[in-house]
Write a protein that binds this ligand. Structure first.
Ligand code: 3PY
Ligand code: MG
Length: 264
């Protein structure tokens, strides 16, 4: 089976740079896959993307060195199964708050006897290779998102669930949950994020986090995260456009429309 670069880099102690796709385009997915990211995530929760778009985007990512991931819209067995059958090498699942939800996510990502994934590997075979089914359970990653107060409170139980390959923090939902805002001070959320990171390191579970931009991603790597996402494709596009306009006009950079510091 084609290796999962995230696992390869984790084993080697190397950081993972993860691109984030919200634009329903195989063309931009292909460009992001060639940009130098080790992994690229198709976002089915907040991206403007339907399943057919996602399928074509995964096909485009296949033509690049990046390992494909999907963030599903919610903890839903059939949606996770379709994402894996379409060739995703991992599932990032939003709003996981309990050990029970974590166990359900892991189960949906594994074939029996380890889990409850139904047989029908479809495009997984084309991308992964003829021995996909034999190695899928060890290669596909189950990645719960921690971004609720309950998820932070239950972090030790979540980390203890057998088969959790990584946890991924959503700092914006964490900020809403802990500080009641995404723009402005995030004092409580930052303390919660530091706590989750520390507990994951004690448990020996890899960590990833969504970031506002490249500088924020650098800071998160220095903080100790293994995988970072420097905002989504639309955030990068808007910032690049605003920078070009500022260069042409000589005016100071006007931050593009959006919630400052959110990566969107
Ligand atoms: C968050 O920051 O809450 C996310 O889910 C990133 O998209
Ligand atoms: Mg979120």
């Amino acid at each position: 089976m084609r290796p999962n670069q995230i696992q390869t880099r984790l084993r080697a102690g190397q950081p993972i740079l993860n691109g984030w796709l919200s634009i329903a385009s195989s063309y931009s997915a292909e460009a992001m896959g060639h940009a130098g990211f080790h992994a690229v995530t198709v976002d089915m929760q907040h991206g403007m993307i339907g399943f057919n778009d996602a399928l074509h985007m995964l096909q485009a990512i296949s033509a690049t060195p990046a390992t494909p991931l999907m963030r599903v819209s919610k903890l839903d067995g059939p949606e996770i199964m379709r994402a894996l059958d379409a060739g995703s090498y991992g599932i990032i699942c939003p709003m996981i708050s309990t050990a029970e939800e974590t166990a359900a996510l892991v189960s949906a990502c594994r074939y029996p006897p380890k889990g409850s994934r139904s047989f029908g590997p479809s495009r997984g075979l084309l991308y992964g290779g003829a021995d996909y089914v034999e190695h899928a359970n060890d290669t596909i990653m189950a990645i719960p998102m921690i971004e609720t107060v309950e998820g932070v409170e239950n972090i030790d139980a979540i980390l203890a669930v057998d088969g959790v390959d990584m946890i991924y923090i959503g700092p914006n939902d964490t900020a809403l949950a802990f500080d009641g805002q995404v723009v402005g001070a995030r004092t409580r959320a930052e303390a919660a994020i530091a706590h989750v990171l520390a507990r994951a390191r004690v448990a020996g579970v890899a960590t990833g986090i969504f970031c506002a931009d490249g500088a924020d991603a650098r800071r998160r790597l220095d903080q100790g995260f293994d995988l970072v996402t420097p905002g989504n494709d639309m955030g990068l596009l808007k910032t690049a456009a605003a920078q070009a306009i500022a260069q042409i006009s000589g005016d100071t950079l006007v931050q593009p429309l959006g919630a400052a510091g959110s990566g969107y």
